[in-house]
Design a protein around this ligand. Structure first.
Ligand code: XMP
Length: 305
């Protein structure tokens, strides 16, 4: 386990050295990794850090408002890029292609912001498992394997690249970040796009955003899962109000894990599963079926793509 104080001192010194007297842009998503990165960099280089929140249109319900509320006091720039992301995802079915398209959009936005703000460096919250999975060819995390090669920054700074998630949380505590951030459930960089199998459209993302909200609402407070969410996995036949319906199938996933490298499905009570199923099918038009995923990692990954 990481020695948080020593880690903070060393990373602050490293960021200061890497950035020289330059400006640094970073994507601040409000998750624990990017928030820890921002806090370290703010200590190291003060207002030469330019945090940017990119609204990809693939975020969870209420996420953009929450970020503005949490980080309203720092100089946070918001970029609304949802139309750009949906256009980049049009027609893409292959999961790796999706991740690459999203990674590429992020980089292009940051290159543009770097020009606009005069920043020469990019700060990223890549953690150790992201690198392992990308390098091992398991999946390209948007901020590792998804990065296009003609990147135009002088350098990329990744202070958390040797840490596991639980270590990042310990560092977050030592930095004095609010518990809401310290214990925030992981949310993948490509967002809800990896929770929609097949082509990603605004309509499908709208459905899965609502389903995710219901799953989080029913599970987080009571079960404190390491991660829980919903994914749109296909279409099937159903019947609603005496009418046959070609409706969406939503998979619910709730897992416990130490570091995301392995995971165990949570044995949720049947009543809880029934309530989730009944809320999703009654509150979201077009959903005909809800299933609970009981696969561990391995052989499944936590996310669906
Ligand atoms: P998997 O699906 O590989 O996920 O078992 C392990 C953990 O990583 C998260 N995840 C990502 N996080 N960018 C991220 O920042 C990504 O591209 C990405 N893909 C998966 C996932 O939510 C889980 O917590």
């Amino acid at each position: 386990m990481v020695n948080a104080q020593k880690f903070i001192e060393e990373s602050v010194a490293e960021i200061r050295k890497a950035a020289g007297d330059g400006h640094v842009v970073m994507a601040l998503s409000g998750g624990v990794d990017s928030s820890v990165c921002a806090a370290l960099a703010a200590r190291a280089i003060g207002d030469r850090l330019i945090p940017i929140y990119v609204d990809t249109g693939l975020m969870r319900k209420g996420e953009s408002a929450r970020i503005r509320q949490l980080f309203g006091s720092i100089n946070l720039k918001t970029v609304d890029a949802s139309a750009e992301f949906f256009a980049a995802l049009e027609g893409i079915i292959d999961p790796e292609e999706k991740r690459k398209a999203i990674g590429e959009r992020f980089i292009r936005i940051f290159e543009k912001e770097a020009v606009a703000t005069g920043a020469e460096y990019l700060l990223q919250g890549t953690i150790y498992p992201d690198r392992i999975e990308s390098e091992g060819g398991i999946k390209s995390h948007h901020n590792v394997g998804g990065m296009p090669l003609d990147i135009k920054f002088k350098g990329v700074i990744e202070p958390l690249q040797d840490l596991y998630k639980d270590e990042v949380r310990v560092v977050a505590g030592a930095l004095g970040l609010p518990p809401e951030i310290q214990h925030r459930m992981p949310f993948p960089g490509p967002g809800l796009a990896v929770r929609v199998l097949g082509e990603v459209t605004p309509e499908k993302v709208g459905i899965i955003r609502e389903a995710n909200h219901i799953v989080e609402d029913e599970l987080i407070e009571i079960y404190s899962p390491w991660q829980c969410f919903a994914a749109l996995i296909g279409l099937g036949t159903g019947v609603k109000g005496d009418v046959r319906l070609h409706g969406w199938i939503v998979a619910v996933r709730a897992v416990n894990s130490r570091d995301g490298m392995t995971a165990d499905p949570i044995r949720l009570p049947y009543e809880t599963l029934e309530r989730i199923s009944s809320r999703i099918t009654s509150e979201i038009p077009g959903v005909a079926r809800v299933v609970y995923d009981i696969t561990g990692k391995p052989p499944a990954t936590i996310e669906y793509e």
